[in-house]
Write a protein that binds this ligand. Structure first.
Ligand code: UDP
Length: 238
């Protein structure tokens, strides 16, 4: 399956991607760079929705380990994703990309609530829709939120932007001759517990036949290149 056949894509950005070289929070220059990647993909004619994580600010599990009630900590994590969504929206609008943020937790004075049919309309009008607050439920992750929204919006693929250029048979940062997979099956990812996305997200994509494309979002121009079928990535598919 050629990557370039993917017209409507959902791009999942983990919170870590927005930290840049920092250890915490949002790096504006990194946000601008990621926005540039999105703008280039849009200019190439693709429809894009984004799901942003929150791990650069707050993770529910880490909060629970420090004594917060897990559900409350997860809501805090979801609120962190809204901050990231607004940051990415700012960066995109500064370079002339029309956007809307929709949150799974309604907060009327900050952004739109998530309404699938309205999101669809935004995409038709050429806007980039940024989905915030994950699924809106504690005990889930934004990976699962991304798979869910990709299915709801009938995306052709879920693109997972990371700091490596695909899925390897060992950690390429520790094992120099680790080999990258070009393609992988969903069953292999689940069976071998390969770290692509969490299992709930992977099985949702498998059941709805939505390929997951793992690629490096840190390389300039890479999202558009992977969409043209030129860049390096791993495609997980049925
Ligand atoms: N979260 C949640 N439900 C969701 C999505 C996210 O409770 O549907 C919370 C959860 O606490 C998670 C945090 O939001 O740790 C931030 O999301 P995530 O860890 O997925 O962000 P990422 O790792 O992608 O930066």
């Amino acid at each position: 399956m050629a990557v370039s056949r993917f017209n409507r894509i959902l791009l999942k950005l983990s919170g870590e991607v927005l930290m840049g070289q920092g250890q915490f929070g949002i790096d504006p220059a990194t946000c601008d760079r990621v926005a540039g990647e999105v703008a280039a993909a849009k200019e190439a004619g693709h429809e894009l929705c984004l799901v942003v994580g929150g791990g650069n600010i707050f993770r529910g599990l880490a909060g629970a380990a420090k004594g917060f009630d897990r559900a409350s900590a997860d809501y805090m994590g979801m609120l962190a994703t809204v901050m990231n969504a607004l940051a990415v929206q700012n960066s995109l609008e500064r370079i002339g990309v029309d956007t809307r943020v929709q949150s799974a937790i309604p907060m009327a004075s900050v952004c739109e609530p998530y309404i699938r049919r309205r999101a669809e309309r935004h995409l038709e009008k050429g806007r980039v829709v940024i989905f915030a607050a994950g699924t809106g439920n504690p005990f889930f992750t934004t990976d699962t939120g991304a798979a869910l929204r990709a299915a709801e919006m009938r995306c052709d693929a879920l693109f997972k932007g990371t700091s490596v250029d695909g899925v390897y048979d060992a950690d390429p940062k520790k094992v120099p001759d680790a080999t990258r997979y070009n393609t992988l099956s969903f069953d292999r990812v689940l069976g071998d517990n390969l770290k692509v996305m969490d299992a709930a997200a992977v099985s949702l994509c498998r059941d709805n036949d939505i390929p997951i494309v793992v690629f490096n979002i840190r390389d300039e121009g890479n999202l558009a290149a992977v969409l043209r079928g030129e860049g390096t990535s791993t495609i997980v598919q049925n």
